[in-house]
Design a protein. Sequence first.
Length: 234
Amino acid sequence: MVDLGSAEALIARHREAFEEYRRRLVAWNEQVNLTSITDEEEVFIKHFVDSVAVVALREWRGLSDGAVILDVGTGAGFPGLPLAICHPRLRFVLVDALQKRVRFLQEMVEALRLNHVLVMHGRAEDLVRADGMRAGFDACVSRAVASLPVLLELTMPFVRPGGFTLAWKGPGVYDELDAGSRAAGILGGRIQRVDAYDLPGGAGGRTLVVVEQRRPAPERYPRKAGVPQRKPLA
Ligand code: SAH
């Protein structure tokens, strides 16, 4: 079971930035659909603590200063932006297909002066063709974007060999593991393990799937936009 103590301590250390994030999230949410969660305590637990939960994992702790992390389908910034607030020495690229969410994130990055964060608009299937993107990241993170085989096709091609993908999932992830394992193999890697945790205050069980990248993902992945979702690998 993942211990969330270090995540909560990190958030407490950056309290002001997280308060500002929550205020702007709730304000923007009146105009742009960013999240269904707006209660103060719930935002902290279900968005912030959940995003930062990964700091307990040895793979995350092993990242060196300057390592580059990609968040695919970041939405209103989860998990990438809370992680960026806590880790000024890593570099982050946050990607989303919806322009309105990207605009919110750009405002957040400016407001919090996060010079180590880049926000990009587009679909993972297209952005992977841009310079430096394929196999260009030390780690890829993603939450609530797709089922495991689809998610892995959208993330693993961005990860360099020796790097890893981390997928935030619910307690039902075990039903997706067989298909996920086959997809990971096709994409040049392997699911190493699943770590479980309980959010504080009875907010529910979550899991983190750790996937190591052994070889670069074959060039033909991800397939054209929309195909990974229509015809999941495996
Ligand atoms: N990760 C956030 C948002 C989840 S909603 C969170 O956990 O709260 C899923 C997000 O993924 C949406 O914002 C959607 O625009 C984005 N998305 C879905 N498919 C995508 C793709 N192929 N490439 C980039 N973004 C994608």
